[in-house]
Ligand binder design. Structure first.
Ligand SMILES: *[C@@H]1O[C@H](CO)[C@@H](O)[C@H](O)[C@H]1NC(C)=O
Ligand SMILES: *[C@@H]1O[C@H](CO)[C@@H](O)[C@H](O)[C@H]1NC(C)=O
Length: 192
């Protein structure tokens, strides 16, 4: 019987250290922009060329795949902790500007660089995209739930910056942007 007591103490010590070494932190998007890629004419863009449009200061973000359009939203965050300490990361996007009339499949990919600027980013100079690492169906009349983007957080650059592309498989979505006062929020769990 006298072996039981030391073991019990060991269990208590381990679980206490797990509790105090995990932190939850929220941080808002640092910048966001719709990236317009379409071969149709865009009357509102320089030379009516959709690839030359700067949309970084618009109040909404758009994504649309279909017809001649390939439109995605590019959103950046800066980690307040080291990427190596990240256990998990989820992103919560703001609400759609109008209720979804039908379910939509959304996709998330990593942007390969966070070196872009809301004043100048366009379909021509936007960072390249990695492969889609998550996809989920949003039901009609719902908003997007939390989306796991841990791989993007773990691949943040030396300044802790990371960028993601939000897209759709078909159909169009429009949501509020940082410039409307509704930035996407990154929820981080870290062991730092
Ligand atoms: C979403 O994707 C799933 C799996 O690929 C598919 O079965 C479903 O029909 C898609 N839904 C929509 C609305 O495109
Ligand atoms: C990281 O993001 C911050 C905040 O947006 C910015 O000031 C900094 O220049 C960025 N660093 C790199 C390497 O892009």
């Amino acid at each position: 019987m006298h072996f039981v007591t030391p073991r019990l103490w060991a269990v208590v010590a381990v679980s206490t250290s797990l509790i105090i070494s995990s932190y939850a932190i929220d941080t808002p998007a640092t910048k966001d922009s719709t990236i317009l890629r379409s071969t149709v004419s865009c009357p509102g863009c320089p030379d009516r060329n959709c690839y030359k449009c700067t949309l970084g200061h618009d109040a909404t973000l758009e994504a649309n795949t279909g017809g001649l359009a390939y439109i995605r939203s590019l959103v950046a965050f800066q980690l307040p902790v080291s990427a190596a300490s990240i256990t998990s990361c989820t992103v919560q996007f703001p609400a759609f500007t109008k209720p979804l009339q039908a379910s939509v499949n959304i996709t998330v990919a990593r942007a390969l660089s966070s070196d872009w600027n809301e004043d100048t980013v366009t379909g021509e100079n936007a960072p390249d995209s990695g492969d889609v690492f998550t996809q989920m169906e949003v039901p009609a009349y719902a908003n997007m739930g939390a989306i796991d983007i841990t791989p993007a957080c773990q691949a943040a650059d030396e300044d802790g910056n990371l960028s993601i592309y939000l897209g759709t498989m078909f159909d169009r979505i429009e949501l509020w942007s940082k410039d409307s006062g509704n930035p996407a929020i990154l929820h981080i769990t870290s062991s730092d």
